[in-house]
Design a protein. Structure first.
Length: 267
């Protein structure tokens, strides 16, 4: 149930979200003033951790991202690195990666670098249901995504509800999926899009046997709900932890979960 104070916002979303979907706003050519990655890292209080991440994964951040975005990518890389520690997972010879709810794919460089460290990446797809949300600068999420993924081989950004997307994947990330109504409404979506169980079931079905699912939730309540959803669907995590040392100071502890899809032996 939505609290009454959220009803006006929910009502606006009910109208504005389908309009964005109809308009499909694009304004090509989004650019950021690129930061000097080495200088950004040198000036950061967690410079040792950031240097270790860059040495290990070599993310393609130079010449593309502003300083804020460099740090955001390194924060996601930090998350992915910790997630990898949770899963005793052997990658296939080549990888098909999927990110669900990609927003504007601002972290595609981090994802690409992290997966490339495990196996050559054939494809890395970001699927986003609200891809035509427009920022104050007149560019849409789709425009941002196209700029962020330029030059990263195999990457695609798909404007779709994940439940309408049917390509299998070897690895799937869900970074902060909506499992509660409040954040979903605050992010401008109509309440009818809150379908965490259906989304998780669909994603699990897209995952190849032996594939790796990585989920990050933003607080304890969401993590508890996420676990309950996994239990309902028979998804058994191979590891869980709480990340308490974010790269960006104001980030609350984040809850990490990894699961490997069992390979069912043929009779
Ligand atoms: C909390 S945001 C997280 C965004 C991004 N993963 C990040 O870490 O910043 C959740 C995202 O999932 C998207 N989303 C929600 N339901 C979806 C669905 N059924 N299919 C695809 N994307 C969805 C939302 O529009 C939103 O961009």
């Amino acid at each position: 149930m939505l609290p009454p104070w959220l009803w006006p916002e929910a009502l606006i979303n009910q109208v504005a979200y389908p309009l964005r979907g109809m308009l499909r706003w694009r304004r090509r050519g989004y650019r950021e003033v690129p930061a000097d990655v080495a200088a950004v890292i040198a000036g950061h209080p967690r410079r040792e951790r950031l240097t270790a991440l860059v040495e290990r994964y070599a993310p393609a951040l130079q010449g593309r991202h502003n300083a804020g975005n460099v740090i955001e990518n390194l924060d996601v890389l930090h998350l992915l690195d910790r997630l990898f520690e949770l899963a005793p997972w052997t990658p296939p010879a080549r990888l098909r990666a999927l990110d669900v709810g990609a927003k504007n794919f601002y972290y595609v460089a981090a994802l690409h670098a992290a997966w490339s460290s495990r196996a050559p990446v054939d494809s890395l797809v970001g699927v986003e249901v609200d891809a035509y949300r427009v920022y104050r600068d007149g560019y849409s999420r789709h425009d941002y995504a196209d700029t962020y993924r330029a030059g990263l081989v195999g990457t695609t950004f798909v404007a779709a509800d994940i439940r309408d997307y049917h390509e299998p994947a070897d690895v799937i990330t869900l970074l902060f999926p909506f499992v509660m109504p409040l954040p979903l409404v605050r992010w401008g979506l109509p309440i009818g899009l809150l379908a965490p169980e259906a989304v998780l079931a669909h994603v699990w079905q897209l995952l190849a046997p032996g594939g790796l699912l990585l989920i990050v939730n933003q607080d304890e309540m969401e993590a508890a709900k996420q676990i309950a959803l996994c239990e309902q669907l028979g998804i058994v995590p191979c590891g869980r932890s709480i990340l308490t040392d974010p790269i960006i100071d104001d980030r609350p502890p984040r809850h990490l979960l990894a699961a490997i899809k069992p390979i069912v032996a043929a009779d």
